[in-house]
Ligand binder design. Structure first.
Ligand code: ZN
Length: 485
């Protein structure tokens, strides 16, 4: 039963809160800001603490949560993406000071993400303040960073890393197990075992579920069974298998651009997508399917993330391990240069022969990619290659949509370079993957909550699940709704 009241009635026996209560505090009928309050077995836990990124929901990042952060027993993370960990420093600022539990790679990647986010928040606030002063404008929220680098640094010591598949006891009633979700390095579904009035009850938060057969990381693991499942539904209404093999598309684009004597400039996300690209390019290079040309990964965060990937090679899939064993390390190949400092980055643009330049940010909203675009976009020999989702209102989106002129760093630039896009790089499983993940449970869950998806997609998925398993109780919970189970 849904209730709008946050403090729903709870049955107290011998001072222990009975029943399981979940409050949906993000990724509720939309995608970002994953955050769920779980009250069970005498514990109060927050599952993920993500940042809202949709323009219309940004204000929620500033709202006080409908619970006292100081009363939480722990935060448990599914993975290190910004929309799952991005507001942790704010929670700490609001009084939370207990452990943040995650897999080992998630601890390292989340640290990187939070520090980078703190830096971006500071820069944004500074820039906004300057703009507001110039125009005498006043926004609805104070022009201060959501959090600073220093506040992000204060969060880091709370992060504690654990292994997959090993139940972690939280108290006498509750344990949690991290299960491979196949989405990014370290990503997990969370399986809670809860002792509730003498009964063992199983509850799963899917986290983000990956595609099968993605390079580097393992496939999502099977979960035996659970009574209650909170599942993502990002691609609840889509199947993305028909885009064609990613490596073939990449091979064609690199070769065509090389023949024109141009550069391939790839805006990329620093974590996972960057490493995935390096993997594919290394495969093409080792197989002599592309010419010997210099490849630059020009993003300090991508370079740092790549180091983390190399340290956690034990978390990779069998094919990747085999490549390591064959001395063809997938994240290192002849011709690849990892660029950290600014001078090296600038030097790339003085080169005259063709090269491949990967840089962030992935949607061209900030960072070094803007410099590379300025230097390459006006030459018809070059290709600007997009490999990720481009959100509405970003420079990347305008380029993908075929704009003839762009504004970068206050100047106008005609778009002469070829603009291409490869689909099929998605980190999320599609409708079929989600259904397969769910159908592996036996017996099937009794309750299913669909989250982390726009309403249209979630509704389509709800319809299909209902048809296949008519007895399952399915809900698409709204923001701040609570449910007692
Ligand atoms: Zn994610």
């Amino acid at each position: 039963m849904f209730t709008n009241r946050y403090h729903a009635r709870q049955v107290l026996i011998h001072g222990i809160v009975m029943a399981i209560q979940i409050t949906f505090l993000g990724a509720s009928q939309q995608v970002t800001g994953s955050r769920y309050l779980l009250e069970a077995g005498g514990l109060k836990l927050l599952i993920d603490c993500g940042m809202f990124q949709e323009r219309e929901f940004l204000g929620r990042n500033w709202d006080d949560p409908p619970f006292d952060p100081a009363t939480l027993d722990a935060v448990v993370l599914t993975h290190a993406h910004l929309d799952h960990v991005g507001t942790l420093p704010r929670l700490v600022e609001q009084g939370f000071n207990k452990p943040v539990l995650a897999t080992e790679p998630t601890v390292e990647l989340a640290t990187l993400i939070m520090l980078d986010s703190g830096r971006i928040q500071e820069e944004d606030a500074k820039y906004k303040l300057k703009r507001h002063r110039k125009k005498g404008h006043k926004g609805p929220h104070p022009v201060v960073p959501l959090y600073t680098v220093e506040q992000a640094q204060r969060t880091v010591p709370l992060l504690k890393g654990y292994k997959y598949d090993t139940p972690l006891t939280l108290n006498e009633n509750v344990s949690v197990t991290f299960i491979e979700a196949g989405h990014i390095l370290g990503s997990a579904s969370l399986l809670f075992d809860i002792q509730d009035e003498g009964k063992n009850r199983k509850l799963v938060f899917s986290g983000d579920i990956g595609q099968h057969n993605k390079p580097l990381i393992r496939d999502p693991a099977k979960i035996d069974t659970a009574e209650i499942v909170v599942m993502e539904s990002t691609y609840g209404d889509r199947n993305h298998k028909d885009a064609g093999p990613v490596d073939k598309q990449l091979e064609r684009i690199i070769n065509e651009t090389y023949k024109r004597g141009g550069n391939v400039v790839i805006p990329t996300f620093a974590i996972e997508r960057a490493q995935e690209l390096m993997y594919y390019i290394s495969e093409l290079a080792y197989a002599d399917k592309i010419p010997d040309i210099p490849v630059f990964m020009d993003s300090p965060m991508a370079v740092d993330a790549t180091e983390i990937f190399k340290r956690y090679r034990g978390y990779m899939d069998d094919e990747t391990m085999a490549m390591f064993d064959k001395h063809e390390p997938p994240l290192r190949f002849p011709g690849l240069t990892l660029v950290r400092n600014v001078e090296e980055s600038k030097a790339i643009n003085t080169r005259t022969s063709p090269s491949i330049i990967m840089s962030s940010s992935g949607m061209c909203t900030a960072g070094r990619i803007k410099h590379h675009l300025k230097n390459n976009i006006t030459d018809s020999r070059n290709t600007i290659l997009f490999v990720g989702f481009q959100a509405f209102g970003t420079l990347g989106r305008r380029l993908v949509e075929g704009t003839k002129e762009v504004r970068i760093h206050g100047e106008h630039w005609p778009v002469k370079a070829k603009v291409e896009q490869i689909h099929g790089f998605s980190g999320h499983g599609d409708q079929e993957d989600l259904l397969n993940w769910l159908s592996e449970m036996d017996p099937m869950p009794q309750r299913l909550f669909l989250t982390h998806g726009e309403m249209d997609g979630a509704k389509v998925l709800e319809g299909i699940v209902h048809k296949r398993w008519p007895h399952m109780n399915i809900k698409i919970p709204a923001y701040q709704h609570s449910v007692e189970l």
